[in-house]
Design a protein around this ligand. Structure first.
Ligand SMILES: C[S@@+](CC[C@H](N)C(=O)[O-])C[C@H]1O[C@@H](n2cnc3c(N)ncnc32)[C@H](O)[C@@H]1O
Length: 389
């Protein structure tokens, strides 16, 4: 039986910010944040805001975890998360109750190996050291594991003996990637990468749809709650809709709702995700006509014909949100309905205010708890044009 109070890093690790609340209290806390946000837009909206749909799993729900390498006080290399309240201090993690259990073995062998080989952790102050991040992706469908190491420089072959060691354990590692990130940006950015073993993607599923997810593509981190999110989106789609799916990732929403759609156009910035979006439609035998294009939403939106072509816009931007121009662009093009999916509350308020100026009303506000123990919550808003076009 899992219990957050048994976590070795309880109260120290900055990951589970809501560790002092039981699950029901977490949902109420998130509902209150949504109330506060919408009461700033229109008091009357909050009457119909229900408590977020609960995540079917609250432990070991994540299919992706990202750890930072750091130099410990004893000069060995640690691997972990930020300490609570600190941007520059880390907690050395052996296991995390939000990730798959077998990942603990990867952490153990990886730390032993890098320390016995005297490899160094990257230090952002002086831009020296090799090891930056470890990203582990777990398929909830078939248990396969994709490991990505982000390093400062071109040191790929150094890791071949490590892969051999990991493959000897009872771990279903099906891909091992080295990303060379020598820039100063403090994120797991892909400059270029080397596939050292297996495949650079995973197969996973949401509901009854299967998806191939390239290692650098976005995929919802909580498969169980994603089904609730995608079902909610599907409930707002009408038979025969002409849909534009903005920030479409590997085409997961497009595929999920495709049975109801007449035509879908997806826009996404990561080229490998765009290529895969089309393939994910085929993987699921989707017959609906669809097209996916690579590029920035703001730029691509202004290039395509829109009026009368699309009656539904789905917009699912990253946590940092979208921008004013994109919102205004959508508003001017006059779609019948907009489904806005957001996990960043502040940007959401700002963006909604813009779109409301174009004659839309908020018809529904729903939310799904995709991230138990953290303050984040996924909100789904249905907007409708007041006067039909
Ligand atoms: C929250 S994810 C949503 C992905 C997809 N809708 C899903 O459910 O899996 C946001 C996506 O926006 C993409 N993205 C970020 N900035 C972008 C931009 N300016 N233009 C187009 N896509 C962008 C990211 O690569 C990511 O795939």
């Amino acid at each position: 039986m899992q219990n957050i109070e048994n976590c070795s890093y309880y109260g120290v690790c900055g990951g589970c910010k809501l560790y002092e609340l039981n699950y029901n209290e977490q949902l109420k806390y998130k509902q209150k944040n949504i109330f506060d946000l919408f009461s700033k837009i229109d008091e009357s909206l909050i009457e119909n805001i229900e408590i977020p749909l609960a995540s079917p799993e609250i432990y070991r729900y994540r299919n992706k975890v990202e750890f930072t390498f750091f130099q410990k006080e004893d000069e060995t290399v640690g691997l972990g998360f930020h300490q609570k309240g600190h941007y520059n201090r880390f907690v050395d993690i052996d296991d995390c109750l939000l990730m798959n259990e077998e990942n603990a073995l990867i952490l153990k062998y990886l730390k032993e190996w890098v320390n016995s080989n005297n490899l160094s952790a990257y230090d952002k102050k002086n831009h020296k050291g090799l090891l930056r991040y470890l990203i582990i992706r777990n398929s909830k469908k078939n248990g396969n594991i994709l490991v990505t190491l982000v390093v400062n420089g071109e040191f790929s072959n150094v890791f071949l003996p490590l892969i051999e060691k990991l493959l000897k354990q009872k771990l279903s590692i099906t891909g091992f990637i080295i990303v060379n990130h020598s820039g100063k940006a403090d994120c797991a950015k892909v400059d270029n990468y080397t596939l050292l073993y297996g495949n650079d993607y995973l197969l996973d599923s949401i509901g009854d749809k299967n998806f191939i997810i390239p290692f650098d593509s976005f995929f919802q981190v909580n498969n169980y709650a994603s089904k609730l999110l995608y079902d909610k989106i599907l409930s707002f789609v009408k038979q025969g809709d002409h849909i534009i799916d903005l920030y479409c990732g590997a085409g997961t929403i497009s595929t999920y709702i495709s049975d109801k759609a007449k035509y879908i156009l997806g826009i996404e910035i990561i080229p490998s995700a765009v290529l895969q979006a089309k393939k994910n439609m085929s993987l699921n035998n989707v017959q609906t006509e669809a097209n996916f294009i690579a590029g920035r939403v703001r730029e691509k939106l202004s290039e395509i014909r829109f009026e009368n072509d699309y009656n539904l816009v789905i917009i699912d931007p990253p946590r940092s949100g979208t921008d004013k121009k994109t919102m205004a662009h959508i508003g001017k093009r006059n779609p019948e309905r907009i489904i806005y999916i957001a996990c960043g509350l502040n940007e959401l308020a700002y963006n909604l205010k813009i779109i409301l100026e174009y004659g839309y009303i908020i018809k529904d506000i729903s939310s799904v708890d995709m991230f138990p123990w953290t303050p984040h919550v996924e909100i789904i808003i249905l907007l409708e044009k007041l006067t039909p076009r």
